[in-house]
Ligand binder design. Structure first.
Ligand code: DX5
Ligand code: ZN
Length: 214
């Protein structure tokens, strides 16, 4: 299991300290949630914070854009240090163009699906994707309750991947803990995002190791 701790739940007054803590863990990725107050009803952070994190880690930066009009910023996210750039299906009118551009810029391209969006919207583009992010909460906030229907969605996405001979990574985001994570692992998730569960635990490094072992 790939573990991608969400920096959204770290102590923003101590980003360097928390990033260095994550560096000592078995997490392969760091999940970076960018929110614009338009696509989602919350504002998180932008380029300067991403650049600051980049300075303190060699880990893969898994950037989740919860913003309107992501096309306007793809190049800037590359410059700021993103390795994986995931856009929301719901915010891209010309998804094929957006995905192609992300890959041309030298990043892995992901598409996130809100809880109400069916996986079938990706059938025509499945072969081109590096990652699909299944939202198991409505995006915008950490610490929300896991939407159970996400587990079956992951299993059906895995079947769709096989049917289309695609090889994108299946990542799940929202309400992940050891209980929900175990079910997601069984359903076929390859990567788990966890924010409040990791940072709210007594020993985040140990918690990450437990998620990895699922
Ligand atoms: C939600 C974000 C998540 C968030 C997850 O909009 O996309 O990445 O940080 O937080 P938890 O793990 O607390 O649900
Ligand atoms: Zn996220």
């Amino acid at each position: 299991m790939i573990v991608s701790p969400s920096v959204l739940s770290c102590d923003f007054a101590n980003i360097q300290r928390d990033t260095e803590m994550l560096n000592t863990s078995v997490a392969e990725w760091l999940h970076i949630d960018v929110m614009d107050g338009v696509f989602v009803p919350n504002i998180s952070f932008g380029f300067p914070v991403l650049q600051a994190i980049r300075k303190h880690t060699q880990k893969v930066l898994d950037v989740h854009l919860m913003i309107a009009n992501p096309d306007a910023y793809l190049e800037e996210f590359k410059k700021a240090g993103a390795d994986i750039l995931t856009v929301h299906y719901e915010s891209c009118t010309h998804l094929h163009r957006t995905i192609s551009r992300i890959q041309e810029l030298g990043m892995k391209a992901g598409v996130a699906l809100n809880p109400h969006t069916p996986i079938e919207v990706l059938t025509e583009i499945a072969n081109q994707l590096d990652l699909v992010l299944i939202m198991s909460v409505n995006p915008g906030f950490g610490g929300q309750k896991f939407i159970e229907a996400a587990t079956d969605k992951v299993a059906r996405l895995k079947a769709l991947r096989e049917r289309h001979q695609a090889n994108f990574i299946i990542e799940v985001d929202g309400g992940v803990n050891l209980g929900t994570g175990a079910k997601l692992a069984e359903a076929g998730a390859d990567a788990l995002v966890a924010g409040s569960f990791v940072f709210g635990s007594a020993d985040p490094v140990q918690t990450i190791a437990e998620l990895k072992a699922l």
